[in-house]
Write a protein that binds this ligand. Sequence first.
Ligand SMILES: Cc1cc2nc3c(=O)[nH]c(=O)nc-3n(C[C@H](O)[C@H](O)[C@H](O)COP(=O)(O)OP(=O)(O)OC[C@H]3O[C@@H](n4cnc5c(N)ncnc54)[C@H](O)[C@@H]3O)c2cc1C
Ligand code: FES
Length: 353
Amino acid sequence: MPRPVSPSSSFQVTVQPSGRSFVAAPGETLLGAAIRAGVGLPYGCKDGACGSCKCKKIEGTVVHGEHQEKALSAQEEADGLVLTCCGVAHSNVLLESRQVTDERGYPVRKMPVRVAGFEKKSPDVMQLRLQLPATDTFRYHAGQYVEFLLAGGERRAYSMANAPHTQAEHPGIELHIRHMPGGKFTDHVFGALKEKEILRIEGPYGSFFLREDSDKPIILLASGTGFAPVKALIEHMQFKQITRPVTLYWGGRRPQDVYFDAWVRARLAEMPQLTYVPVVSNALPEDGWSGRTGFVHQAVLDDFADLSGHQVYACGAPVVVDAARDSYIAQRGLPAEEFFADAFTSEADKHAL
Ligand SMILES: Cc1cc2nc3c(=O)[nH]c(=O)nc-3n(C[C@H](O)[C@H](O)[C@H](O)COP(=O)(O)OP(=O)(O)OC[C@H]3O[C@@H](n4cnc5c(N)ncnc54)[C@H](O)[C@@H]3O)c2cc1C
Ligand code: FES
């Protein structure tokens, strides 16, 4: 058992089965300490709202700060599950997380970026290109995200839509930002944003990247701008000549929400291992949509009777990610540790009752 020590001390945190360990400073969350140490625990909102960081505590005492019941229920806590994003070690701790890889995370850095350009890709999706400081190389895994540091200490997360290797030809990073009317940051992006404006970002963050030690077939599930990190994953697979079968399901309300459709179709010609299924839930008669309809996570359920041999990478609206995780694991035999996700939790989700 871990040795009981006063809560004002640092504690050792070990993650099984990888055996990776790190030290959590007094009062530091388990996740904050893991990111600082480059240990890739899974996470999403970093704010007790999404449940992506939930893992099993095998030994030790963890005290939770504020979090939502839907992210960790009282029963789950009693069963020994913890949220690493808001749990603080009060003793040495042994956790179980099968998603932790040997791969070291890249260092998280703050840096100024310049708006190099922006272009609407649909009525409510902006493609934003950011120029990084000259002489700087920004290292990240395809699928990870950065946070904008806003006035008042607030942060907003956006996934890189370009794989890191593309920086050699087109320096900088690309983001896909959906307008949320009334939203602090996206109102600015769709209203007053100017070329050459300087913003501050911090990153890279996130555990949504390709696990290259597996040869299982892959399902990519994107809703709306959840396509951004998925695009980076596809670019990365093409660059690394990864030939595992990949099926992309991309869902939106209307056809215009599948805003990079032509880009995906161009990849189909180059990547024989790639299959593409766009799914629209609320097409209007004038859209002339003749493709798949309904909810995008349901399309996967309809097409696959058994997911026990797959890996799933899901990204976008929290409701889609949650429905996919629950149903694929419970109804299609997907092993829980083969589901990787970034739920785009917003302030509205964090304050939902
Ligand atoms: C890991 C991660 C990656 C992400 N990647 C992307 C991405 O690539 N692309 C993308 O488009 N988005 C992404 N997001 C979502 C993004 O971070 C923002 O949450 C989103 O863009 C909204 O930001 P905002 O400042 O415009 O809106 P916010 O100010 O956060 O407001 C969002 C909505 O909630 C309402 N609201 C604000 N405060 C409250 C409150 N207290 N109570 C109730 N409602 C409230 C607002 O009116 C608005 O409609 C990601 C999120 C996460 C966690
Ligand atoms: S609840 Fe911990 S990362 Fe979202």
